[in-house]
Ligand binder design. Sequence first.
Ligand code: GLN
Length: 382
Amino acid sequence: MSTARRLQPFGTTIFAEMTRLAQEHDAVNLSQGFPDEDGPEIIRRTAAEAALAGPNQYAPLPGLPELRAEIARVFEAASGLPTDANAHVTVTSGCTEAIAASMIGLLNPGDRIVLFEPYYDSYRAAVAMADAVPVFVTLRAPDFTFDEAELRRACEGARAILVNTPHNPTGHVYGREELSLIAELCQQHDMIALTDEVYEHLVFDCEHHRLSTWPGMSERTVTMSSLGKTYSLTGWKVGWVVASPELTRGVRSAHQFLTFSVPTPLQHGAVAALQLPPSYYNEFRSSFRARRDLLTEGLLDLGFRVKPSEGTYFLLADHTPFGFADDRTFCEHITRELGVAAIPPSVFYENREHGHPLVRFAFCKSEATLSEALRRLRGLIG
Ligand code: GLN
């Protein structure tokens, strides 16, 4: 008896592995992306009160009507697209379930789906669970954009494409030109687009664009986001999907059998989250910009080459000035010997070698935590 063949290649996710190693060595954990401060009290209090008041029974399969109404309102305001809470919105157990439900509910076995690498690790496993076939397009250093000809080739015969913007782990935010080409190819090849936009509020020097707003794209785009990153509640695992009624039917057909529904009290909390005033998002963004700058400048000072992060709460740095064989050796060294954990990005590539020179640091930590990590990393220069 052993793990099914379709999941054997993926082993244990790097996030669990590095956080365990960080705990074992009492390391400052800049690996798995979770903030060291919990999100707004009003959201947590609303969920706690809902749990005490009850009922604590199953929420409706597509999500609490009040929450879907809020998601529809917020999405419509941001995108300008008419959004109906019943026909277009589904609440899922985080964006990770949204991705799996979209793939399982919308792809047939053998369908090709274009993924950009480096990719967030669950995408590759979700494709395998859907018995679909991944086709890879590489985002190349230094600015982590793609080659047009490579993308055009990959889309031939493909049924779907997954776009994650702002992009984990590179910090790249897809620009208008990139999304215009993707939209053109989706229509040319009659593809659906799945978009993971969980870092939509974490853009620093540019704008977040939604693929669904391109002409002809709202009918063929499955837009996904979540509560975890925007409200520093990663442990809640509350996410959502906005899609056309036809695509929504496919997503729900899988969602109903994956999780059925999402914890009721947390959905009440999510309503309070989506009702926060605009000032919340401005403060959130500027506090993360300050943390990004602190970590970027500190790493440059130590001798890393750093890719400026345009969005997300991650940045990629080039560790090769320090002479380690590859990203794993580097990350194990800094965790065990210096007490700082980071992610080796080769796990996010089909061709692992592309990730060997790189290391991913999370900056969703207090300034004190980041300064302590930088102090410890001075060990690299003796
Ligand atoms: N999205 C988070 C990251 O990239 C981790 C999610 C997880 O641990 N599964 O670090």
